[in-house]
Design a protein around this ligand. Structure first.
Ligand SMILES: [Zn+2]
Length: 142
């Protein structure tokens, strides 16, 4: 089960050591349920990043994931971004220098390869159909 914590200075400083990358979700509680509404990360210090959210008064709780690398923080943020539909996040998580692309989005290059593949597949399907039609025409009627 996911564990949520109160978003205040005391809790953040108690739970999260300095200079560690990680991802986090900011939440509100409605009818005793936690709603994760914002996902973020820090490549350098999760604690500092979370402390910045305190005082805005929008989110009351958070959950987090410490990561061993910047890459891990980014991947966790992306998964969160793509998993929840009602996130307040408007823009896709920005890449850092440890990652090539989001594991969920396709890169431009991948899009290109897939569309070329589809075009080839459609063409060969048409060729096959033309050949079949020809052979049908050539069929002798008994
Ligand atoms: Zn993505």
């Amino acid at each position: 089960m996911k564990k949520y914590y109160v978003l205040d200075k005391q809790t953040v400083e108690k739970l999260i050591s300095v200079k560690k990358p990680g991802a986090y979700f900011l939440c509100v509680v409605l009818n005793n349920r936690f709603y994760e509404l914002y996902v973020g990360r820090s490549d350098s210090c999760l604690r500092t990043r979370l402390l910045q959210h305190i005082g805005a008064g929008i989110y009351t709780h958070f959950r987090f994931r410490m990561c061993r690398s910047k890459k891990g923080a980014f991947l966790n943020e992306c998964v969160g971004f793509h998993t929840y539909k009602h996130m307040a996040n408007q823009i896709h998580p920005a890449r850092n220098d440890e990652v090539e692309c989001c594991p969920i989005c396709r890169t431009d290059e991948e899009e290109q390869i897939i569309s070329e593949h589809n075009a080839m597949f459609t063409k060969s399907k048409n060729d096959l159909r033309d050949n079949l039609m020809v052979s049908e025409e050539n069929q002798e009627v008994c």
